[in-house]
Write a protein that binds this ligand. Structure first.
Ligand SMILES: CC(C)(COP(=O)(O)OP(=O)(O)OC[C@H]1O[C@@H](n2cnc3c(N)ncnc32)[C@H](O[C@H]2O[C@H](COP(=O)(O)OP(=O)(O)OP(=O)(O)O)[C@@H](O)[C@H]2O)[C@@H]1O)[C@@H](O)C(=O)NCCC(=O)NCCS
Ligand SMILES: Nc1ncnc2[nH]cnc12
Length: 292
């Protein structure tokens, strides 16, 4: 094969970032057993979601992530034009998601988190450490999107007003502490302790759930649901994590409690996808092009 053809077959940076984002969403959906969330076993607390729909939604978002990465590379400056461009692309991604799922919100929070992270990664791919990328994503999230159309109050908006919690927007503006300070360190601790990848990822999800003010849980189950999620997740980790017998017993109890309250930690699931994206980004960018 000539060098010219080989170069044309190599995936571009934007393609690789979109691949990584979609893969993080698919891996999050497949991870099992997640308490009260859609996974390989079933639909958790959801009546209108299943694994097939989560996969279809994730795949449908590839063009949106690709376009955001492209925008990051071509505008090449962290400022208002880039913020407003990815705001428009994010809304188009949401519309595509709703078209594919027949109106069901599968990934709104994930489009927001991964969209910001993909754009931040594309802006400066040589500075791809999790801390560096999330800091740039936070700076983007703090910029106002003047093109944002007025909308009916979201579930998150209603919950923020009722309980005074921060929600998805503030999580991004603070640099994704759920992923950076909880998910990623736990993922790496559990791997270092010798647990397999499935259990390490479950432990990462539990570490996020143990502290997140998840507006999805609050919307469905109020403060009682939030307390159940946080205390129950902490109990699993304190018992030794999802790989241990005692931890698995606590995980079962946590799922039972969440299902009884109809609570679903959808925001924590989104932040697990963000954690997986950040964990894999630097190795992927450091690898020879085409090796993904
Ligand atoms: C900034 C936006 C994310 C909008 O945020 P807002 O809070 O106003 O809107 P919501 O529609 O409530 O979406 C927020 C979703 O974020 C996830 N989430 C919740 N808590 C947190 C948290 N503390 N930190 C991070 N992320 C969090 C969560 O997503 C998951 O839950 C979804 C299902 O939720 P819901 O629709 O409430 O569904 P159900 O409970 O199943 O409803 P019913 O069955 O009862 O009807 C699921 O999708 C998960 O993803 C929250 O839902 C952002 O959307 C925005 O402003 N976008 C504009 C475009 C833009 O600027 N983009 C920038 C570049 S991408
Ligand atoms: N696995 C999952 N189940 C339910 N809601 C979600 N939102 C994001 N991932 C989810």
């Amino acid at each position: 094969m000539s060098a010219f053809i080989a170069a044309r077959l190599r995936p571009s940076l934007a393609e690789r970032l979109a691949d990584l984002a979609v893969q993080a969403l698919i891996d999050e959906a497949d991870l099992s057993p997640k308490p009260a969330l859609v996974d390989r076993r079933g639909s958790g607390a959801h009546r209108d979601l299943d694994l097939r729909l989560m996969h279809a939604s994730a795949r449908a978002l590839w063009p949106a992530f690709h376009a955001m990465a492209d925008a990051g590379q071509s505008l090449a400056e962290l400022g208002q034009p880039l913020r407003e461009t990815i705001g428009r692309l994010g809304r188009e991604g949401e519309a595509r998601m709703l078209a594919v799922t027949g109106g069901v919100n599968t990934h709104r929070g994930a489009i927001w988190a991964l969209g910001l992270l993909v754009t931040a990664a594309a802006l400066e791919p040589v500075q791809a450490a999790p801390q560096q990328v999330s800091l740039r994503a936070a700076r983007l999230a703090r910029l106002e999107d003047r093109q944002m159309p007025a909308q009916a109050p979201s579930h998150g908006e209603r919950v923020r007003q009722r309980y005074g919690v921060r929600g998805a927007r503030e999580e991004a503006r603070c640099g994704f502490p759920g992923a950076l300070q909880h998910g990623l360190p736990q993922l790496r601790r559990s791997r270092a302790a010798g647990f397999d990848e499935n259990h390490a990822q479950l432990d990462a999800l539990l570490a996020i759930m143990a502290q997140l003010e998840d507006t999805c849980v609050l919307h469905r189950a109020g403060l009682e649901g939030l307390a159940s999620m946080q205390h129950g997740a902490r109990a699993v980790l304190q018992a030794g994590g999802s790989a241990t017998l005692a931890g698995r017993r606590c995980l079962k109890a946590l799922e039972h409690d969440l299902l009884a309250l109809n609570a679903s930690p959808g925001g924590a699931a989104d932040l697990l996808a963000a954690t997986l994206f950040l964990d894999r980004l630097e190795p992927m960018l450091g690898a020879p092009i085409g090796s993904l």
